[in-house]
Design a protein around this ligand. Structure first.
Ligand SMILES: CC(C)(COP(=O)(O)OP(=O)(O)OC[C@H]1O[C@@H](n2cnc3c(N)ncnc32)[C@H](O)[C@@H]1OP(=O)(O)O)[C@@H](O)C(=O)NCCC(=O)NCCS
Length: 218
């Protein structure tokens, strides 16, 4: 059993109230940031989209990461079961918590039987701590949940950090879009997983999940 509560971070659905914090990261993480309006549209009108935010667990969070007070009552336990598997105890079973600052976020669209990762970022001061990976895991689980067979994305040809993360999760380069990024004319690599429902792929992701959860245990 993988117990979610002892992890240093948690992942939950992005809410409209999170967009302000998401935009702060968006502007430092991307050279061509999305607008707050785009996120607002995604959350309100795109039924084929799933967006997530990562936060530090309140008991663990240093003061700098604690900015928003709230009670943890609006995330249904079923979300956590879907996200981390049947035996996961979600924060709804944890003691009352304050809502800490957004440290990263991610999103995906379902297009026919493909999940397309639309965004993924972690706060520059919180990188290399497993937050990007935890968010990617949430999306891999979310993709399987909405019936996707493969997961795909575009990534800047120069973005070696993101490519390393995707490779770790079995994505391979499937093509290149010349001059795809309008801000600097950079090429995009199209990266795609194999079929995510095969026992082999599921085992691969479960193994990475176990290792990450051990690493993030607080
Ligand atoms: C890509 C990004 C989301 C990674 O987030 P992160 O929280 O630092 O990632 P993690 O700490 O979870 O790292 C997980 C894996 O990613 C890879 N990785 C992350 N940063 C890396 C770096 N600087 N160099 C090489 N590999 C890196 C490694 O494989 C790492 O696994 P490891 O720790 O076992 O080596 C983050 O760098 C980011 O927000 N970048 C700007 C936005 C962006 O480029 N988004 C991707 C759009 S396609």
């Amino acid at each position: 059993m993988i117990d979610y509560v002892p992890l240093a971070y948690r992942v939950e659905p992005m809410r409209p109230e999170d967009i302000g914090e998401v935009m702060e990261i968006e502007h430092v993480a991307f050279s061509a940031p999305w607008s707050a309006r785009a996120y607002d549209y995604e959350l309100h009108y795109n039924e084929m989209a799933r967006y997530y935010v990562a936060r530090a667990q309140p008991a663990w969070a240093p003061a700098a990461a604690m900015s928003i007070s709230d009670h943890e009552a609006d995330t249904p336990p079923s979300f956590w079961r879907r996200l981390f598997g049947r035996n996961i105890r979600g924060p709804s079973h944890a003691p009352s918590m304050e809502r800490s600052a957004v440290l990263g976020y991610s999103g995906l669209w379902l297009m026919v039987d493909e999940a397309h990762i639309s965004t993924l970022a972690s706060h520059p001061q919180w990188r290399r701590r497993g937050i990007g990976e935890l968010l990617l895991l949430a999306m891999m689980d979310g993709s399987a949940e909405i019936g996707a067979n493969i997961v795909t994305l575009e990534v800047r040809a120069s973005n070696v950090a993101a490519q390393a993360l995707y490779r770790k999760y079995g994505f391979q380069v499937a093509g290149r879009r010349k001059g795809y990024y309008s801000d600097n004319g950079e090429d995009a690599l199209i990266m795609t997983t194999p079929q995510i429902t095969t026992p082999e792929f599921v085992r691969h992701v479960q193994g990475l999940k176990r290792a990450l959860f051990e690493h993030l245990a607080r």
